[in-house]
Design a binder for this molecule. Structure first.
Ligand SMILES: [Zn+2]
Length: 91
């Protein structure tokens, strides 16, 4: 199953803009900016990585909103693990 990547996504009580950027604009594969309620993704990365990065940024937003104090490697592991589960769900 493919995780859709919409232009906007509500995470908790907050609606985030989801923007495709190029590598030069964000200098990383993805970034979550709480101040602007935005998630920006490098639109040139491959499909599988895009799913992992999008979930990672969603988890970053949840971590920020709820002050979970997850460290970055925990958020990366959760993003990667959830991407696999979602990908392998039947359509
Ligand atoms: Zn991150």
């Amino acid at each position: 199953m493919e995780l859709p990547i919409p232009d906007k996504i509500r995470i908790g009580a907050i609606e985030y803009d989801v923007q495709m950027c190029n590598e030069k604009e964000i200098a990383t594969v993805g970034i979550h900016t709480p101040y602007y309620s935005s998630i920006r993704l490098d639109g040139s990365i491959n499909h599988d990585l895009m799913q992992v990065v999008f979930l990672h940024e969603i988890i970053e937003a949840i971590n920020h909103q709820h002050e979970l104090k997850l460290d970055h490697s925990q958020m990366s592991s959760l993003g990667s693990a959830l991407a696999q589960v979602i990908r392998d769900l039947p359509e």
